[in-house]
Design a protein around this ligand. Structure first.
Ligand code: SAH
Length: 220
């Protein structure tokens, strides 16, 4: 699967995606990342990518044209136009079901906003979907974009050691959260591991695990 990031901070994305499980997935050829610096597509000599909003208001907005030129350049290099997702607090909130659906695609482009966001005309003209990581605001779309990419990549066949790894996990069925887990030593600072996990009795262990699964909490 191919990911194209449109961002003003490619290095933020790169440092995360080259590490650990995701980094190994790339080395194995299961996933490819391309980073596109929106500033490279700025058209004036100051390489300007932001400007003041019409109608007044605080802060700056990202100018439409550099982002459009950046996306068109990506499209010209790939056979299939990627689905363009804009990370936005105004988007639909990401969940496991959405990650699963997106993991079936061959390529996705992720647009990371900065400042107060992006000229709406770019969104109207190019963006296929707006996705939010939750009802709060962060300073840029890179972390949200990485969260989206990570949630998709770990579902791709071959990325985790076995599919069991995620089929048993929180949110897989959209209803339940994983049981608590323990590793060595069996007693840590006076706290022991639940007896049943040390019993070697598979049926009882399975029953315990199922009984310890919880329903998703909607709100606290
Ligand atoms: N003024 C905007 C917030 C801009 S925050 C508003 O009130 O809606 C700057 C950038 O951070 C956004 O363009 C977006 O790409 C990213 N961002 C911030 N919060 C986000 C969230 N909850 N989910 C996804 N992206 C987010």
């Amino acid at each position: 699967m191919r990911f194209d990031f449109l961002t003003l901070f490619p290095e933020i994305c790169e440092v995360f995606l080259t590490k650990s499980i995701i980094g190994r997935a790339e080395k194995k050829g299961l996933v490819e990342f391309y980073y596109h610096h929106i500033r490279d597509y700025a058209f004036d000599k100051h390489k300007r990518v932001d400007d003041t909003p019409y109608g007044g208001g605080k802060g700056m907005l990202m100018i439409a044209e550099p982002i459009a030129a950046c996306f068109e350049n990506i499209c010209s290099k790939i056979e299939k136009r990627p689905k363009l997702i804009y990370m936005s607090p105004r988007g639909k909130i990401l969940n496991q079901e959405k990650a699963k659906k997106l993991s079936k695609l061959s390529n996705i482009a992720i647009l990371c906003g900065r400042y107060e966001g992006i000229d709406q005309r770019f969104i109207d003209a190019f963006v296929d979907e707006e996705i939010s990581i939750g009802n709060y605001v962060v300073t840029g779309g890179e972390l949200p974009g990485l969260i989206l990419a990570d949630s998709i990549i770990r579902l791709l066949p071959g990325v985790l050691s076995s599919e069991i790894c995620y089929e048993d996990e929180s949110h897989f069925d959209g209803k339940t959260l994983e049981y608590p887990q323990y590793t060595k030593p069996a007693i840590w600072r006076g706290r022991s591991v639940p007896e049943v996990l040390l019993s070697g009795h598979h049926a009882n262990i399975l029953e315990w695990k199922n009984s310890m699964k919880k329903n998703i909490h909607i709100d606290d």
